[in-house]
Design a protein around this ligand. Structure first.
Ligand SMILES: Nc1nc2c(ncn2[C@@H]2O[C@H](COP(=O)(O)OP(=O)(O)OP(=O)(O)O)[C@@H](O)[C@H]2O)c(=O)[nH]1
Ligand SMILES: [Mg+2]
Length: 176
């Protein structure tokens, strides 16, 4: 594996753009614009409308191409375009959102075709703002539905935190 394409997806404001910015070794190509719909605008000033793109080379020389999707459902055509050729998916969920479990369930469902042939990890962000639901709750919710999901708490503003999440995804790819 010389180059690996990974895609960050997940709910509006979960930290996809932030995560790619913090780990990318090149200036990130981003397509953030001022949020126009009231639902997004009350949560954050800017939102991704097409994609983010960054790159990261791991210590062993493995090069990662990192793509971020828009969170807003109305741009879901971009989700399908961006996952083409990707080997792994990272779903970020904003734990301080109004329905984090529902958000995650929707993304898992949306990407179920991709996930049946590829690997996926979940990062739950903003747990410092909202500690509930906790990790046990997430694990139990998906286990009860027969969905095996590696779920980790992450802070999208922390390079170590995001790199750890990516390392776990890469490890899953290597052993799959
Ligand atoms: N307190 C806290 N803030 C966080 C954490 N992770 C991310 N953030 C903040 O949450 C915001 C996330 O914004 P973006 O990175 O634009 O989110 P996005 O997922 O790209 O959103 P869309 O492109 O609109 O879908 C930023 O202000 C981050 O600084 C966290 O763990 N704790
Ligand atoms: Mg974004």
């Amino acid at each position: 594996m010389s180059e690996i394409k990974l895609v960050f997806t997940g709910s509006v404001g979960a930290g996809k753009t932030t995560a790619i910015e913090i780990i990318s070794e090149i200036p990130v190509i981003r397509t953030d614009v001022r949020a126009t719909d009231s639902e997004t605008a009350k949560r954050k000033e800017k939102t991704t409308v097409a994609m983010d793109y960054g790159e990261l080379t791991l210590e062993d020389g493995q090069k990662l191409r990192l793509y971020g999707t828009p969170g807003q459902q109305r741009f879901d055509y971009m989700w399908r375009i961006l996952v083409k050729g990707a080997l792994g998916l990272i779903i970020l969920v904003d734990n301080a959102g109004s329905d984090p479990i529902g958000d995650l369930a929707r993304y898992v469902d949306n990407f179920r075709d991709f996930v049946s042939n590829n690997q996926m990890v979940v990062g739950v962000t903003r747990m410092d703002i909202a500690s509930e639901p906790d990790m046990d709750f997430y694990h139990q919710y998906f286990a009860e539905r027969g969905i095996a999901l590696p779920i980790f708490p992450v802070d999208a503003r922390s390079k170590t935190s995001v790199v750890m999440l990516i390392q776990s995804l890469i490890a899953m790819l290597e052993f799959s």
